[in-house]
Design a protein. Structure first.
Lengths: 188, 385
């Protein structure tokens, strides 16, 4: 196994683009999800992970053959996320609040990459949010996702779904009310 | 009056100036209001965790990454540069090793290379050459079938359909080849092993979803309808630009007109289609080519999946099209001897496993038709008064 690894690292060191592509394919989506646990927004996560891969390319010559690329990537992504949050903290007190809440609510373990490598990421909040969103009525969920994930304005959602802006408002309120109720014990 | 709707609007930047002032005043009133607001804000922000990266975006990002590293100068010669030095602290430093160390490392590499090459060659021969052992399941006219693949994915096959699938999927990809119509209920395998249905002109890439694909060689269109989850449609010949891929969500259907097709989309489409707004998804392959893809939202799922429960449903479908379906459904060859009749449209459901004679009798009620069987051939005429 380690021989396989060193051969692979050797290809990375040589700047073999296909080897980098392979690493990217294998880890990118998972790393984005990992980064998302820190920075929440998918777009931020993507940017951080992308930068981390570029950095890996820049430092490829200094990789040693016993390097685990995977744990390097997780470690680097985690550090970059924390840097990002530190930087954000100055400008946005909400983020501080969020970070504290996440860390307090059983998310401490994400600070150590070993855990996530074992697939032991603390998934509770994530699962609960997923469940809460999944349990919304179809229409309500559709509207919520268009707003939250696609970043559409009320007006755009109304146009896209051919409904009134008032309906969008009502459905959004229903969605958030329902999520709020399901996560109520986070706010004691 | 500040209510929940207004708070959410405020959070999303949807409020007017006047409304924003109201919310600000409300926030200043007391701690209870502020606490409520911060809870709603927390719910809104953290719900972002639920957003999953789409395969489409992964591919887009990979392209960007490959492009970026192609533009970067190779830093082989600038080992003392800042980022490299930092990383040297992360990993075992290779400076200060003497000649024998290098020799040992070289020997290890050579050995490792030989070993891993041998291991790769003998163990992974199959996945690497792509020569998986394929099985094939074929349904004849008038037949339907169902199969569970090695990954747990369930497939319903409609009549006259061929599905080619590996007897065991390898770890990197799950690929099947389809000609005909099938309904897939795909088992999710982590986030990185997509399930790909290959048809003559498009690939359909999914993680864990249910959807219907109709890709008969004798039909002018290929249709994909999503029931659950989302799917990514990749048109062949467009591999170089992943942003031309189409992502379909539940209750959406994409209709692709095959090359050289004579049909005009507006004629075949009866479900009040909405052309997708972003033009990127409907970019023709070449400028001379007409737009060949139509995305319909809010389609009636039942219409497209009823066949798997033995229900035959038509919605404003031309007689000609209905005949194609009946041919496959009942294993007959239909000859319509009236051009006008072919253009008539019918809506109806046959849910009690009617025989072809019963179906024809019911069609006869709306438009008087004459039909005669000659063995497996069915001749249909319009009755003219």
């Amino acid at each position: 196994m380690s021989k396989h690894r060193s051969y692979f690292v050797e290809r990375l060191k040589k700047g073999d683009v296909r080897a980098f592509e392979q690493v990217f394919n294998t880890h990118y989506a998972d790393l984005c999800r990992f980064a998302q646990k820190f920075v929440i927004e998918l777009d931020d996560a993507r940017e951080i992970v992308q930068d981390t891969f570029v950095k890996l390319w820049e430092i490829k010559h200094s990789l040693s053959q016993d390097t685990s690329v995977k744990s390097y990537l997780y470690k680097a992504v985690r550090n970059n996320c924390l840097d990002y949050l530190k930087h954000i903290r100055i400008s946005n007190e909400y983020k501080e609040d969020l970070l504290r809440k996440i860390m307090d609510s059983g998310f401490k373990s994400i600070a150590s990459p070993e855990n996530c490598l074992d697939g032991l990421i603390e998934k509770e909040l994530e699962d609960r949010i997923n469940d809460a969103i999944a349990s919304l009525p179809d229409r309500c969920r559709e509207i919520f996702e268009l707003s939250r994930f696609k970043g559409l304005k009320y007006r755009e959602i109304a146009e896209e779904l051919n409904i009134s802006i008032k309906t969008v408002e009502t459905q959004m309120s229903r969605a958030i009310h329902s999520l709020h109720k399901k996560l109520a014990d986070y706010f004691e | 009056m500040v209510n929940k709707e207004k708070i959410i609007k405020y959070l999303l930047g949807e409020t007017s100036e006047k409304e924003s002032t109201l919310v600000n005043q409300w926030l200043n009133e007391n701690e209870k209001n502020r606490k409520y607001f911060s809870e709603i804000e927390f719910v809104w922000k953290t719900s972002g965790i639920a957003q999953n990266i789409e395969q489409n975006d992964v591919e887009k990002d990979r392209k960007i990454f490959i492009q970026k590293i192609g533009e970067l100068p190779d830093k082989e010669t600038t080992k003392s540069s800042e980022p490299v030095r930092r990383s040297l602290q992360l990993f075992r430093s290779s400076e200060g090793l003497n000649y024998y160390h290098w020799l040992r490392i070289a020997a290890i590499f050579i050995l490792a290379f030989c070993l891993s090459w041998t291991v790769f060659y003998f163990m992974n021969r199959k996945p690497y050459t792509g020569s998986l052992a394929y099985n094939q399941i074929i349904t004849a006219k008038g037949q339907k079938s169902q199969i569970i693949l090695s990954d747990g994915t369930k497939v319903w096959l409609n009549s006259e359909t061929t599905l080619k699938y590996p007897s065991a999927f390898n770890e990197m990809k799950r690929e099947v080849f389809l000609e005909g119509e099938a309904f897939f209920e795909v088992k999710k395998k982590g986030n990185k092993i997509p399930f790909v249905v290959k048809t003559s002109e498009i690939d359909i890439k999914v993680l864990g979803t249910s959807f219907n694909v109709m890709a008969y060689p004798d039909e002018e269109t290929i249709e994909t309808t999503v029931v659950k989850g989302s799917v990514c449609i990749i048109r062949k010949g467009l591999k170089s630009s992943p942003d031309q891929n189409i992502i379909l969500k539940p209750n959406q259907k994409v209709t692709l007109l095959k090359k050289g097709s004579r049909v005009i989309l507006s004629e075949i489409e009866t479900e009040k289609p909405t052309l997708i707004k972003s033009t990127k998804a409907i970019q023709p392959i070449s400028p001379s080519e007409k737009v060949q893809i139509l995305i319909s939202r809010k389609v009636d799922i039942e219409l497209h999946t009823a066949w798997k429960d033995d229900r035959l449903i038509f919605q404003s479908e031309t007689f000609e099209n209905i005949c194609y379906k009946l041919e496959r459904w009942y294993d007959v060859k239909i000859h319509v001897r009236n051009e006008e009749l072919k253009k008539y449209r019918y809506t109806g459901k046959f849910v009690h496993k009617e025989t072809i004679n019963q179906v024809l009798e019911i069609l006869n009620l709306t438009t008087p038709i004459n039909y005669t069987f000659k063995q497996n051939d069915l001749f249909i005429d319009k009755v003219t008064e």
